[in-house]
Design a protein around this ligand. Structure first.
Ligand code: ZN
Length: 154
């Protein structure tokens, strides 16, 4: 039976042994399927989560210095992780600071007007940004970068 892959959208023939197959056999689609499965399992199964953590700790014990070498080998990744850790720490300390908007709130949010972009990571000055809607004819004063097709910086 021919079905559409839930990842890449290509048509593939479902395996007769797997009646619920919704991902094709391409490695990236299988990787996506496995990632989603594991994410779901980690969220729902406490013993799986505990087992995962234990085996990770065991691996770290058996491979001393791996992460130190990794950070030395890939300084850009180490820098990115340090920056993300600052955000994770802030989120942990004050969850309301970086709260997720619910879907209904997101619909009411109209990103038009003048805003201050305040960097959370580095100590930098705020950037003033004016955002305009696509359907209104407003002059674009100066375009800097390509943050968004309907946003311009002044
Ligand atoms: Zn696919």
């Amino acid at each position: 039976m021919e079905v559409i892959c839930a990842c890449c959208g290509r048509i593939f023939i479902r395996s007769p042994r797997n009646k619920n197959q919704s991902y094709c056999s391409r490695p990236e689609c299988q990787r996506k399927r496995k990632t989603l499965w594991q994410k779901k399992k980690m969220a729902s199964d406490q013993s799986y989560r505990l087992n995962h953590k234990t085996s990770q700790q065991e691996w770290i014990r058996n491979n001393p210095g791996y992460w130190k070498k990794y950070r030395k080998r890939k300084p850009d990744k180490a820098k990115r992780n340090r920056e993300l850790q600052i955000i994770r720490n802030r989120r942990k300390r004050n969850p309301s600071l970086i709260a997720k908007m619910d879907a209904s709130g997101a619909r009411r949010f109209q990103p038009e007007g003048t805003f201050y972009l305040i960097p959370m990571i580095a100590k930098m000055d705020a950037i003033i940004v004016s955002m305009f809607s696509d359907n209104k004819e407003l002059p674009v004063i100066a375009k800097k970068d390509s943050i968004s097709s309907n946003a311009s910086l002044i």
